[in-house]
Design a protein around this ligand. Structure first.
Ligand SMILES: O=C(CO)[C@H](O)[C@H](O)COP(=O)(O)O
Length: 231
């Protein structure tokens, strides 16, 4: 296992230690969340009882392959905990998510959970969010208008930078819910709450990748051990 993968595994194992028998668990998306699925599958094989809700088709497929039992969010509308990765997080547990394109379902599942645990290697922790381009899930209708509205909203907050349509090969990337993603390289985001509010006011935006007041605990694995941040 590479160093990066082993840090992800350590964070996943520490998150698994927070779980208790019988829990309903939201399961995130991305390479770190996949380590969590592997750890969870091992626990299930050893007799741990749980039911999961996957945040993406990719996670659902892996869970099914490894024998992690799943239901839909409509079958389990309130979850005990969600464990998910992040592209960036700051010391106030504000996150940027959506690098893996699953931000809408991830946010719906996190919001439906009593507790959200973020797992990552320590390189994901930043002083100020924004080094990672902010993923914004948009409706295909009126894409240019929405694009321009996002640019104006950013400019009003002093945020400028390239906004690009995410691609999959030569084609636009399509999310599990059939939307498009714009990746906004705003640079440093000194006031994530203000950007959150400004983006929420744009009708063509389905959801954006700023997760504010959703995470309760971050488990960050580094070479010298685990660091935690609690809300
Ligand atoms: O938000 C996400 C997917 O939409 C992921 O959690 C995020 O991209 C981190 O992924 P990884 O663990 O592979 O670095």
């Amino acid at each position: 296992m590479s160093d990066a993968a082993s840090l992800k595994r350590k964070a996943a194992e520490a998150a698994a230690a927070e779980l208790t028998d019988g829990m309903n668990i939201g399961i995130g998306t991305g390479s770190t969340a996949e380590e969590f699925v592997r750890v969870l599958a091992g626990k299930v094989k050893d007799g741990f009882t749980m039911m999961g809700v996957a945040t993406s088709e990719r996670t659902e497929k892996l869970c099914r392959e490894l024998g992690v039992p799943l239901k839909t969010l409509d079958e389990l509308p309130i979850l005990d905990v969600t464990v998910d990765g992040a592209d960036e997080l700051d010391g106030d547990l504000r996150l940027v998510k959506g690098g893996g394109g699953a931000l809408l379902r991830e946010k719906i599942v996190a919001f439906a959970s009593t507790r959200m645990i973020v797992i990552a290697d320590r390189s994901k922790k930043v002083e100020t969010l924004g080094a990672f381009p902010l993923p914004i899930e948009v409706n295909g209708f009126g894409l240019t208008s929405t694009f321009m509205a996002i640019r104006r909203a950013g400019e009003k907050l002093g945020l400028e930078g390239e906004i690009v349509l995410r691609k999959s090969g030569d084609d636009p990337y399509i999310t599990d819910s059939g939307h498009l993603i714009l990746d906004a390289s705003f640079g440093r985001i000194p006031d994530p709450e203000a950007l959150d509010a400004a983006l929420k006011a744009i009708p063509g935006i389905v959801e954006h990748g700023l997760f504010i007041k959703l995470a309760d605990l971050a488990i960050l694995a580094g070479e010298d051990g685990i660091e935690t941040i609690e809300a």
